[in-house]
Ligand binder design. Structure first.
Ligand SMILES: Nc1nc(=O)c2c([nH]1)NC[C@@H]1CN(c3ccc(C(=O)N[C@@H](CCC(=O)O)C(=O)O)cc3)CN21
Ligand SMILES: CC(C)C(=O)C(=O)O
Length: 290
C-alpha cells in the first residue's frame, strides 16, 4: 500500500505543468457563493487518471474522481460494484496529476451507509491514501448525521441529491427526478439537510429545472448541477461523455467533441500501415552503427 500526501510538487520533474498554481481549497470553493448566488459558476469535471487530470486541471476548479469510473473505466453495469480499492487507486493518480483543482473522491456504494463510524473509516482511508481534499457521498436527510460526523472530524464532504445512481434499484432507473410535488419537496429537504449538516457543496443530478433553481436559491453552499440548470452555482459532467467517447449518453450531456471518432480513424490508419508494412518506417527503426 503506497501513501501519497498532497505535497507541493511544483518543482518535481515528474510534473510537467508549465505554470504551477497554488491549489484551491475547500473553504475557498465554499466562499465562492455569497449573497445567495455564485457570480462565476464553478467548473467541475470527472477525472480518473493522472494524465487526464493534468489536461483538465488548469481549466477546472474541482476534479471529481467519480464512481462513474465503474462504467467508464471498468465496463461495469452500474456504480454498485465499485470498491474502495478502485477509488483509492484512481484518487491517488488524479491528485498526482493535478496542482490547482480541489480533488474530491466518491465514496463507493457500501462503504459509508451503515453508520457514521463506518463512513469515517472509509473516508479517512481515502484521504490518507489519495491526498484528496474531500469526499463525496450520495444521500440527503438520511446522510445528514454522517456528513456532520465526518466534517467535525476533519473530512470535508460534498453531498449528492436528486438522481443518486447508487440508489438505482430503489429508484427503478435513471429517469429525471422531482416531477411529483412529493418528490420535489423531498429533494429540496435533502439539499437543505446536507447544507445544515455541514457539507461544503452539493451535487444535484437529474432533476427538473425548478427544483435546481429553488435549491440553489435556498442553501448557502454551492449547488453543482448535472442535468439540472444553468442557474446552479456550478456544473459537472463526466469527462468522457462530453468528449464524445461514448455513443449513448444521458440527455443532459453536451458532446463537445468526437474523440471516439478520432481514435477509430487513427487506429484504422495504424492497422492498415502494419498490414501493408509501411509501419515501422526508417525513422522508427534502429540500424547498426556504420
Ligand atoms: N458515463 C457516465 N455518465 C454519467 O453521467 C453517469 C455515469 N456514467 N455513471 C453513473 C451515473 C449514472 N448516470 C446516468 C445514467 C443513465 C442516464 C440515462 O440513461 N438517462 C436517460 C433517461 C433514462 C430514463 O428515462 O429512464 C436520458 O435520456 O437522459 C442518466 C444518468 C449518471 N452517471
Ligand atoms: C456524475 C457525477 C456527478 C458523479 O457522481 C460521478 O461521476 O460518479
Amino acid at each position: 500500500m503506497s501513501t501519497t500526501f498532497q505535497l507541493d510538487t511544483s518543482t518535481s520533474r515528474a510534473n510537467p505543468t508549465p505554470a504551477p498554481m497554488k491549489r484551491l481549497t475547500v473553504p475557498k470553493i465554499k466562499r465562492r457563493k455569497f449573497e445567495g448566488k455564485t457570480e462565476e459558476p464553478l467548473v467541475m469535471l470527472t477525472a480518473y487518471t493522472a494524465r487526464q487530470a493534468q489536461l483538465l486541471d488548469p481549466h477546472c476548479d474541482m476534479l471529481l474522481v467519480g464512481d462513474s469510473l465503474g462504467q467508464v473505466i471498468y465496463g461495469l453495469p452500474s456504480t454498485l460494484p465499485v470498491t474502495l480499492d478502485m477509488m483509492c487507486a484512481h484518487g491517488a493518480a488524479v491528485v498526482r496529476g493535478s496542482y490547482h483543482s480541489v480533488v474530491i473522491v466518491d465514496m463507493p456504494f457500501g462503504a459509508y451507509e451503515a453508520s457514521p463510524q463506518i463512513a469515517f473509516e472509509a473516508a479517512s482511508r481515502i484521504m490518507a491514501e489519495t491526498g484528496a481534499a474531500a469526499v463525496k457521498l450520495e444521500g440527503g436527510e438520511a446522510m445528514a448525521e454522517t456528513i456532520a460526523f465526518l466534517t467535525a472530524r476533519g473530512i470535508p464532504v460534498m453531498a449528492h441529491v436528486g438522481l443518486t445512481p447508487q440508489a438505482v434499484n430503489v429508484l427503478g432507473g435513471y429517469a429525471a427526478r422531482g416531477r411529483s410535488q412529493q418528490e420535489h419537496e423531498k429533494i429540496i429537504r435533502d439539499g437543505q439537510a446536507v447544507s445544515d449538516a455541514g457539507a461544503f457543496a452539493v451535487v444535484v443530478e437529474g432533476v427538473i429545472e425548478p427544483i435546481a433553481i429553488a435549491l440553489t436559491q435556498s442553501v448557502e453552499i454551492p449547488v453543482i448541477g448535472i442535468g439540472a440548470s444553468a442557474q446552479c452555482d456550478g456544473q459537472v459532467l463526466v469527462t468522457e461523455d462530453m468528449l464524445g467517447m461514448f455513443e449513448r449518453v444521458p440527455r443532459f450531456v453536451k458532446k463537445y467533441d468526437d474523440i471516439a471518432g478520432m481514435i477509430e480513424k487513427t487506429v484504422e490508419t495504424y492497422a492498415r500501415e502494419v498490414r501493408d508494412r509501411s509501419f515501422p518506417g526508417p525513422e522508427q527503426t534502429y540500424q547498426p552503427k556504420k
